[in-house]
Design a protein. Structure first.
Length: 114
């Protein structure tokens, strides 16, 4: 079963940047589309970015388009989320997983102060 460990979160001022990393385990990583999700307090967990297994296709929710970039390194089994021009409304716990996976990691907290 695939497992995911997120890191790179922290406290940043509005307008700042963070890069999240997701280390994955499991032999099928290279063949799975991956996604970054986030969950703010009192809200549901939503998909914010996804990437195909080759990395050639990416998708973003409207609120992060032009600010966030998802990428992956299949040799290292890592998925990244580069977040620029951060806003207070980006504050959430961020998770990654395969789009077809059912297991979740512990997430990493991102807090953006105004």
């Amino acid at each position: 079963q695939a497992r995911f460990v997120e890191s790179g979160g922290g406290l940043v001022q509005a307008g700042g940047s963070l890069r999240l990393s997701c280390a994955a385990s499991g032999s099928t990583f290279s063949f799975n589309a991956m996604g970054w999700y986030r969950q703010a307090p009192g809200k549901q967990r939503d998909l914010v970015a996804s990437i195909s297994y080759t990395g050639g296709r990416t998708n973003y929710t409207d609120s992060v388009k032009g600010r966030f970039t998802i990428s992956r390194d299949n040799a290292k089994k890592i998925v990244y989320l580069q977040m620029n021009s951060l806003k207070p409304e980006d504050t959430a716990v961020y998770y990654c997983k395969g789009l077809l996976s059912t297991s979740w990691g512990q997430g990493t907290q991102v807090t953006v102060s105004s």
